[in-house]
Design a protein around this ligand. Structure first.
Ligand code: GLA
Length: 386
Protein backbone atom coordinates (compact mmCIF):
# COMPACT_ATOMS: atom_id res chain seq x y z
CA UNK A 1 0.00 0.00 0.00
CA UNK A 2 2.75 2.45 0.92
CA UNK A 3 4.34 1.59 -2.34
CA UNK A 4 1.13 2.52 -4.15
CA UNK A 5 1.00 5.82 -2.25
CA UNK A 6 4.53 6.49 -3.38
CA UNK A 7 3.52 5.73 -6.97
CA UNK A 8 0.63 8.15 -6.65
CA UNK A 9 2.89 10.87 -5.30
CA UNK A 10 5.47 10.29 -8.02
CA UNK A 11 2.81 10.48 -10.72
CA UNK A 12 0.81 13.45 -9.45
CA UNK A 13 2.99 15.31 -6.92
CA UNK A 14 0.41 15.15 -4.13
CA UNK A 15 -1.19 12.63 -1.79
CA UNK A 16 -4.33 10.76 -2.82
CA UNK A 17 -7.65 11.50 -1.13
CA UNK A 18 -9.67 8.34 -1.86
CA UNK A 19 -8.94 4.65 -1.71
CA UNK A 20 -11.02 1.80 -3.08
CA UNK A 21 -10.49 -1.95 -3.33
CA UNK A 22 -12.44 -4.84 -4.84
CA UNK A 23 -11.74 -8.57 -4.78
CA UNK A 24 -11.50 -11.28 -7.40
CA UNK A 25 -13.60 -14.39 -6.97
CA UNK A 26 -13.69 -18.13 -7.14
CA UNK A 27 -16.91 -19.87 -8.05
CA UNK A 28 -17.67 -22.95 -5.94
CA UNK A 29 -20.34 -24.27 -8.30
CA UNK A 30 -22.77 -23.03 -10.98
CA UNK A 31 -20.62 -22.60 -14.08
CA UNK A 32 -21.96 -21.07 -17.29
CA UNK A 33 -25.33 -20.73 -15.61
CA UNK A 34 -25.31 -16.97 -14.95
CA UNK A 35 -26.11 -15.92 -18.52
CA UNK A 36 -28.86 -18.53 -18.57
CA UNK A 37 -30.65 -16.72 -15.72
CA UNK A 38 -29.58 -19.53 -13.36
CA UNK A 39 -27.83 -19.99 -10.03
CA UNK A 40 -24.21 -19.52 -8.95
CA UNK A 41 -22.29 -19.86 -5.68
CA UNK A 42 -19.13 -17.74 -5.79
CA UNK A 43 -16.92 -16.47 -2.96
CA UNK A 44 -14.87 -13.29 -3.01
CA UNK A 45 -11.17 -14.04 -2.47
CA UNK A 46 -8.36 -12.27 -0.64
CA UNK A 47 -6.73 -11.10 -3.89
CA UNK A 48 -7.93 -7.68 -4.91
CA UNK A 49 -7.41 -4.53 -6.94
CA UNK A 50 -6.64 -1.30 -5.05
CA UNK A 51 -7.09 2.21 -6.46
CA UNK A 52 -5.80 5.45 -4.97
CA UNK A 53 -7.33 8.58 -6.45
CA UNK A 54 -8.03 12.29 -6.16
CA UNK A 55 -10.85 14.15 -7.91
CA UNK A 56 -10.20 16.72 -10.64
CA UNK A 57 -12.46 19.59 -11.57
CA UNK A 58 -11.49 19.80 -15.27
CA UNK A 59 -13.09 16.51 -16.40
CA UNK A 60 -9.72 14.92 -17.19
CA UNK A 61 -8.89 11.39 -16.14
CA UNK A 62 -5.27 10.43 -15.65
CA UNK A 63 -4.86 6.72 -14.99
CA UNK A 64 -1.68 4.95 -14.01
CA UNK A 65 -1.44 1.17 -13.88
CA UNK A 66 1.29 0.22 -11.43
CA UNK A 67 1.20 -3.35 -12.75
CA UNK A 68 1.69 -2.43 -16.40
CA UNK A 69 3.78 0.64 -15.59
CA UNK A 70 1.73 2.58 -18.06
CA UNK A 71 -0.24 5.85 -18.11
CA UNK A 72 -3.33 6.92 -20.02
CA UNK A 73 -5.14 10.29 -20.11
CA UNK A 74 -8.52 11.21 -21.52
CA UNK A 75 -11.32 13.70 -21.00
CA UNK A 76 -14.85 12.88 -19.88
CA UNK A 77 -16.02 15.71 -22.17
CA UNK A 78 -14.98 13.77 -25.24
CA UNK A 79 -16.37 10.44 -26.52
CA UNK A 80 -14.74 7.55 -24.66
CA UNK A 81 -13.19 5.01 -26.98
CA UNK A 82 -11.39 1.73 -26.45
CA UNK A 83 -7.63 1.81 -26.60
CA UNK A 84 -6.11 -1.42 -27.88
CA UNK A 85 -2.62 -0.19 -27.04
CA UNK A 86 -3.52 0.11 -23.34
CA UNK A 87 -6.16 -2.60 -22.87
CA UNK A 88 -5.87 -2.33 -19.07
CA UNK A 89 -7.41 1.13 -19.17
CA UNK A 90 -10.55 -0.02 -21.01
CA UNK A 91 -12.01 -1.44 -17.78
CA UNK A 92 -12.05 1.81 -15.78
CA UNK A 93 -12.91 3.75 -18.93
CA UNK A 94 -15.82 1.40 -19.61
CA UNK A 95 -17.12 1.95 -16.08
CA UNK A 96 -16.93 5.74 -16.55
CA UNK A 97 -18.71 5.39 -19.87
CA UNK A 98 -21.53 3.45 -18.19
CA UNK A 99 -21.91 6.04 -15.42
CA UNK A 100 -22.28 8.68 -18.14
CA UNK A 101 -24.83 6.53 -19.99
CA UNK A 102 -26.77 6.18 -16.75
CA UNK A 103 -26.95 9.98 -16.52
CA UNK A 104 -24.47 10.15 -13.64
CA UNK A 105 -21.60 12.42 -14.62
CA UNK A 106 -18.47 11.66 -12.60
CA UNK A 107 -15.79 14.27 -11.97
CA UNK A 108 -12.38 13.68 -13.49
CA UNK A 109 -9.65 12.05 -11.44
CA UNK A 110 -6.01 11.22 -11.01
CA UNK A 111 -5.70 7.55 -10.13
CA UNK A 112 -3.12 4.83 -9.63
CA UNK A 113 -4.09 1.22 -9.33
CA UNK A 114 -2.61 -2.19 -8.83
CA UNK A 115 -3.91 -5.70 -8.31
CA UNK A 116 -2.73 -9.04 -7.03
CA UNK A 117 -5.55 -11.08 -8.61
CA UNK A 118 -3.73 -13.42 -11.01
CA UNK A 119 -4.51 -12.17 -14.53
CA UNK A 120 -6.13 -14.38 -17.22
CA UNK A 121 -6.55 -17.17 -14.66
CA UNK A 122 -10.32 -17.27 -14.31
CA UNK A 123 -10.33 -15.37 -11.00
CA UNK A 124 -12.00 -12.25 -12.39
CA UNK A 125 -9.22 -9.73 -12.26
CA UNK A 126 -11.12 -7.58 -14.74
CA UNK A 127 -14.31 -7.56 -12.65
CA UNK A 128 -12.16 -6.52 -9.68
CA UNK A 129 -10.81 -3.52 -11.63
CA UNK A 130 -14.30 -2.52 -12.78
CA UNK A 131 -15.83 -2.86 -9.35
CA UNK A 132 -13.00 -1.03 -7.57
CA UNK A 133 -13.44 1.95 -9.92
CA UNK A 134 -17.22 1.79 -9.64
CA UNK A 135 -17.25 2.02 -5.83
CA UNK A 136 -14.56 4.70 -6.01
CA UNK A 137 -16.61 6.82 -8.43
CA UNK A 138 -19.76 6.32 -6.35
CA UNK A 139 -17.99 7.45 -3.18
CA UNK A 140 -16.12 10.34 -4.79
CA UNK A 141 -19.26 11.78 -6.39
CA UNK A 142 -21.78 10.83 -3.72
CA UNK A 143 -23.91 8.95 -6.27
CA UNK A 144 -26.95 7.18 -4.81
CA UNK A 145 -26.65 3.87 -6.57
CA UNK A 146 -27.04 0.55 -4.76
CA UNK A 147 -24.59 -2.36 -4.91
CA UNK A 148 -26.78 -4.45 -7.20
CA UNK A 149 -27.13 -1.65 -9.74
CA UNK A 150 -23.42 -1.01 -9.45
CA UNK A 151 -22.70 -4.65 -10.32
CA UNK A 152 -25.03 -4.36 -13.33
CA UNK A 153 -23.25 -1.20 -14.41
CA UNK A 154 -19.88 -2.99 -14.26
CA UNK A 155 -21.27 -5.91 -16.25
CA UNK A 156 -22.54 -3.44 -18.86
CA UNK A 157 -19.04 -1.91 -19.02
CA UNK A 158 -17.61 -5.35 -19.78
CA UNK A 159 -20.37 -6.24 -22.28
CA UNK A 160 -20.66 -2.96 -24.14
CA UNK A 161 -17.30 -1.26 -23.77
CA UNK A 162 -14.75 -4.05 -23.42
CA UNK A 163 -16.80 -6.33 -25.67
CA UNK A 164 -16.84 -9.47 -23.51
CA UNK A 165 -20.36 -10.84 -23.29
CA UNK A 166 -20.08 -12.12 -19.69
CA UNK A 167 -22.89 -12.72 -17.20
CA UNK A 168 -23.38 -10.94 -13.88
CA UNK A 169 -21.61 -13.33 -11.49
CA UNK A 170 -18.13 -11.83 -11.31
CA UNK A 171 -19.11 -8.20 -10.84
CA UNK A 172 -21.85 -9.15 -8.40
CA UNK A 173 -19.64 -11.13 -6.05
CA UNK A 174 -16.87 -8.54 -6.28
CA UNK A 175 -19.34 -5.86 -5.17
CA UNK A 176 -21.29 -7.87 -2.60
CA UNK A 177 -18.95 -10.60 -1.30
CA UNK A 178 -19.01 -11.41 2.40
CA UNK A 179 -16.23 -12.61 4.67
CA UNK A 180 -16.40 -16.31 5.55
CA UNK A 181 -19.34 -16.97 3.26
CA UNK A 182 -20.37 -17.87 -0.24
CA UNK A 183 -23.12 -15.98 -2.02
CA UNK A 184 -25.97 -18.02 -3.45
CA UNK A 185 -27.17 -15.80 -6.28
CA UNK A 186 -30.22 -16.06 -8.48
CA UNK A 187 -28.94 -14.44 -11.67
CA UNK A 188 -32.45 -13.59 -12.85
CA UNK A 189 -33.87 -11.77 -9.84
CA UNK A 190 -30.43 -10.89 -8.42
CA UNK A 191 -31.80 -11.98 -5.06
CA UNK A 192 -29.16 -13.71 -2.98
CA UNK A 193 -28.57 -15.59 0.24
CA UNK A 194 -25.42 -15.66 2.31
CA UNK A 195 -24.25 -19.25 2.80
CA UNK A 196 -21.68 -19.44 5.63
CA UNK A 197 -18.71 -21.50 4.61
CA UNK A 198 -18.04 -24.28 7.18
CA UNK A 199 -14.41 -23.29 7.69
CA UNK A 200 -14.23 -25.28 10.91
CA UNK A 201 -14.33 -28.36 8.66
CA UNK A 202 -13.08 -27.37 5.22
CA UNK A 203 -10.66 -25.13 3.36
CA UNK A 204 -10.99 -23.85 -0.20
CA UNK A 205 -7.86 -24.19 -2.30
CA UNK A 206 -7.43 -22.59 -5.71
CA UNK A 207 -5.23 -24.55 -8.11
CA UNK A 208 -3.83 -22.43 -10.91
CA UNK A 209 -2.94 -24.55 -13.95
CA UNK A 210 -0.89 -21.61 -15.32
CA UNK A 211 -2.32 -22.57 -18.66
CA UNK A 212 -3.24 -19.26 -20.22
CA UNK A 213 -6.88 -19.17 -21.16
CA UNK A 214 -7.32 -19.34 -24.87
CA UNK A 215 -10.26 -18.69 -27.15
CA UNK A 216 -12.28 -17.57 -24.17
CA UNK A 217 -14.12 -14.81 -26.02
CA UNK A 218 -15.15 -16.70 -29.14
CA UNK A 219 -15.87 -20.05 -27.47
CA UNK A 220 -17.75 -18.30 -24.68
CA UNK A 221 -19.98 -16.46 -27.11
CA UNK A 222 -20.55 -19.65 -29.07
CA UNK A 223 -21.72 -21.46 -25.90
CA UNK A 224 -24.05 -18.58 -25.15
CA UNK A 225 -25.68 -18.74 -28.55
CA UNK A 226 -26.02 -22.52 -28.37
CA UNK A 227 -27.94 -22.08 -25.10
CA UNK A 228 -30.14 -19.43 -26.74
CA UNK A 229 -30.77 -21.77 -29.64
CA UNK A 230 -31.78 -24.47 -27.14
CA UNK A 231 -34.30 -22.11 -25.52
CA UNK A 232 -35.72 -21.20 -28.92
CA UNK A 233 -36.16 -24.85 -29.88
CA UNK A 234 -37.49 -25.97 -26.50
CA UNK A 235 -39.98 -23.12 -26.36
CA UNK A 236 -41.99 -24.92 -29.08
CA UNK A 237 -42.91 -27.55 -26.50
CA UNK A 238 -42.51 -25.35 -23.41
CA UNK A 239 -44.00 -22.01 -24.49
CA UNK A 240 -43.50 -20.19 -21.16
CA UNK A 241 -39.71 -20.47 -21.00
CA UNK A 242 -37.44 -17.44 -21.30
CA UNK A 243 -34.13 -19.09 -20.44
CA UNK A 244 -32.74 -22.53 -19.59
CA UNK A 245 -33.34 -21.63 -15.98
CA UNK A 246 -37.05 -22.20 -16.63
CA UNK A 247 -36.53 -25.81 -17.73
CA UNK A 248 -36.59 -28.48 -15.01
CA UNK A 249 -34.45 -31.59 -15.34
CA UNK A 250 -37.63 -33.68 -15.84
CA UNK A 251 -38.90 -31.38 -18.61
CA UNK A 252 -35.49 -31.47 -20.22
CA UNK A 253 -35.47 -35.28 -20.27
CA UNK A 254 -38.85 -35.24 -21.98
CA UNK A 255 -37.93 -32.77 -24.71
CA UNK A 256 -34.17 -33.24 -25.15
CA UNK A 257 -34.49 -35.84 -27.94
CA UNK A 258 -35.83 -33.11 -30.25
CA UNK A 259 -32.64 -31.03 -29.96
CA UNK A 260 -29.58 -31.24 -32.22
CA UNK A 261 -26.72 -33.18 -30.59
CA UNK A 262 -24.40 -30.33 -29.60
CA UNK A 263 -27.15 -27.99 -28.45
CA UNK A 264 -28.60 -30.86 -26.43
CA UNK A 265 -25.31 -31.44 -24.59
CA UNK A 266 -24.83 -27.74 -23.85
CA UNK A 267 -28.37 -27.39 -22.53
CA UNK A 268 -28.13 -30.55 -20.46
CA UNK A 269 -25.09 -29.14 -18.68
CA UNK A 270 -26.87 -25.90 -17.81
CA UNK A 271 -30.15 -27.49 -16.68
CA UNK A 272 -28.36 -30.05 -14.49
CA UNK A 273 -25.80 -27.55 -13.20
CA UNK A 274 -28.60 -25.31 -11.90
CA UNK A 275 -29.95 -28.26 -9.97
CA UNK A 276 -26.46 -29.03 -8.68
CA UNK A 277 -26.15 -25.52 -7.25
CA UNK A 278 -29.40 -25.96 -5.32
CA UNK A 279 -28.25 -29.36 -4.07
CA UNK A 280 -24.80 -28.04 -3.19
CA UNK A 281 -26.23 -25.22 -1.07
CA UNK A 282 -28.25 -27.79 0.86
CA UNK A 283 -25.19 -30.03 1.22
CA UNK A 284 -22.99 -27.16 2.43
CA UNK A 285 -25.59 -26.10 4.99
CA UNK A 286 -26.00 -29.63 6.31
CA UNK A 287 -22.26 -30.38 6.06
CA UNK A 288 -23.01 -33.38 3.91
CA UNK A 289 -19.47 -34.11 2.78
CA UNK A 290 -20.32 -36.97 0.42
CA UNK A 291 -22.74 -34.76 -1.55
CA UNK A 292 -20.37 -31.78 -1.57
CA UNK A 293 -17.68 -33.96 -3.15
CA UNK A 294 -19.99 -35.71 -5.59
CA UNK A 295 -21.55 -32.49 -6.87
CA UNK A 296 -18.18 -30.83 -7.45
CA UNK A 297 -16.99 -33.80 -9.46
CA UNK A 298 -20.22 -34.06 -11.43
CA UNK A 299 -19.94 -30.37 -12.27
CA UNK A 300 -16.41 -30.87 -13.57
CA UNK A 301 -17.35 -33.92 -15.64
CA UNK A 302 -20.27 -32.04 -17.14
CA UNK A 303 -18.12 -29.02 -18.04
CA UNK A 304 -15.57 -31.37 -19.58
CA UNK A 305 -17.87 -33.72 -21.49
CA UNK A 306 -21.08 -31.80 -22.18
CA UNK A 307 -20.15 -28.13 -22.19
CA UNK A 308 -16.60 -28.84 -23.44
CA UNK A 309 -14.87 -25.92 -21.76
CA UNK A 310 -12.23 -27.84 -19.79
CA UNK A 311 -8.74 -28.70 -21.07
CA UNK A 312 -6.17 -31.43 -20.33
CA UNK A 313 -4.42 -29.26 -17.73
CA UNK A 314 -7.62 -28.64 -15.76
CA UNK A 315 -8.54 -32.32 -15.97
CA UNK A 316 -5.07 -33.31 -14.72
CA UNK A 317 -5.35 -30.85 -11.85
CA UNK A 318 -8.71 -32.21 -10.72
CA UNK A 319 -7.43 -35.76 -11.09
CA UNK A 320 -4.34 -35.11 -8.97
CA UNK A 321 -6.35 -33.21 -6.34
CA UNK A 322 -8.73 -36.16 -6.02
CA UNK A 323 -5.84 -38.56 -5.42
CA UNK A 324 -5.10 -36.79 -2.11
CA UNK A 325 -7.03 -38.30 0.82
CA UNK A 326 -8.17 -34.98 2.35
CA UNK A 327 -9.74 -33.68 -0.87
CA UNK A 328 -13.53 -33.67 -0.69
CA UNK A 329 -14.09 -32.55 -4.27
CA UNK A 330 -12.59 -30.44 -7.07
CA UNK A 331 -13.64 -28.90 -10.35
CA UNK A 332 -12.61 -26.30 -12.90
CA UNK A 333 -13.85 -22.81 -12.05
CA UNK A 334 -14.64 -19.77 -14.20
CA UNK A 335 -15.06 -19.73 -17.95
CA UNK A 336 -12.62 -22.61 -18.58
CA UNK A 337 -10.07 -23.30 -21.36
CA UNK A 338 -7.27 -22.93 -18.80
CA UNK A 339 -7.13 -20.90 -15.62
CA UNK A 340 -7.95 -22.39 -12.24
CA UNK A 341 -9.56 -25.34 -10.56
CA UNK A 342 -11.07 -25.11 -7.09
CA UNK A 343 -10.88 -27.80 -4.42
CA UNK A 344 -12.75 -28.19 -1.15
CA UNK A 345 -10.45 -30.03 1.25
CA UNK A 346 -10.71 -31.18 4.85
CA UNK A 347 -9.33 -28.54 7.12
CA UNK A 348 -5.56 -28.69 7.42
CA UNK A 349 -4.98 -30.97 4.44
CA UNK A 350 -4.09 -28.18 2.02
CA UNK A 351 -0.38 -28.90 2.55
CA UNK A 352 -0.69 -32.50 1.42
CA UNK A 353 -2.64 -31.31 -1.61
CA UNK A 354 0.05 -28.75 -2.42
CA UNK A 355 2.78 -31.37 -2.19
CA UNK A 356 0.94 -33.76 -4.51
CA UNK A 357 0.15 -31.04 -7.06
CA UNK A 358 3.66 -29.59 -7.06
CA UNK A 359 5.09 -33.06 -7.56
CA UNK A 360 2.68 -34.53 -10.10
CA UNK A 361 1.25 -31.68 -12.14
CA UNK A 362 4.53 -30.53 -13.76
CA UNK A 363 5.27 -34.15 -14.74
CA UNK A 364 1.95 -34.48 -16.48
CA UNK A 365 1.77 -31.09 -18.15
CA UNK A 366 5.21 -29.50 -18.20
CA UNK A 367 3.73 -26.46 -16.43
CA UNK A 368 4.55 -25.08 -13.00
CA UNK A 369 1.31 -24.69 -10.98
CA UNK A 370 0.42 -22.23 -8.24
CA UNK A 371 -1.82 -22.90 -5.23
CA UNK A 372 -3.64 -20.40 -3.06
CA UNK A 373 -5.53 -21.20 0.08
CA UNK A 374 -8.56 -18.97 0.06
CA UNK A 375 -10.32 -16.99 2.73
CA UNK A 376 -13.85 -16.04 1.61
CA UNK A 377 -13.48 -12.28 1.79
CA UNK A 378 -15.36 -8.97 1.89
CA UNK A 379 -16.67 -7.33 -1.26
CA UNK A 380 -15.64 -3.92 -2.60
CA UNK A 381 -15.23 -0.85 -0.43
CA UNK A 382 -14.22 2.78 -0.87
CA UNK A 383 -13.16 5.39 1.66
CA UNK A 384 -12.20 9.03 1.83
CA UNK A 385 -8.70 9.40 3.22
CA UNK A 386 -8.68 12.95 4.58
C1 GLA B 1 -16.80 -15.93 -16.83
C2 GLA B 1 -17.90 -14.89 -16.96
C3 GLA B 1 -19.01 -15.17 -15.94
C4 GLA B 1 -19.49 -16.62 -16.04
C5 GLA B 1 -18.31 -17.59 -16.03
C6 GLA B 1 -18.73 -19.00 -16.29
O1 GLA B 1 -16.18 -15.81 -15.59
O2 GLA B 1 -17.38 -13.61 -16.72
O3 GLA B 1 -20.08 -14.26 -16.14
O4 GLA B 1 -20.29 -16.81 -17.17
O5 GLA B 1 -17.33 -17.24 -16.99
O6 GLA B 1 -19.54 -19.47 -15.26
Amino acid sequence: MQDLERRFFEAFGKASSFRAAAPGRVNLIGEHTDYNDGYVLPVAIQFSVTVLASPRTDGRVNLVSADFDSRVSFSLDEPLIRDASAGWSDYPKGVMSEFLQAGLRPCGMDAVYRGDVPIASGLSSSAAVETAFAVLIRRMNGFAIGDTDLARLCQAAENRFVGMNCGIMDQFISALGQANAALFLDCRSLGYEIVPFPSDLYDVVILNTRKKRELTGSEYNERRSQCEEGVRLLSGALPGIRALRDVSTAEFERHAPGLPETVRRRCRHVVEEDQRVLDFVTALRSRDEASIGRLLLESHASLRDLYEVSCPELDAMVDIAMSVPGTVGARMTGAGFGGCAVAVVRRGTGKALAEAVLEEYPKRTGLCPELYETRPSEGARAEKLE
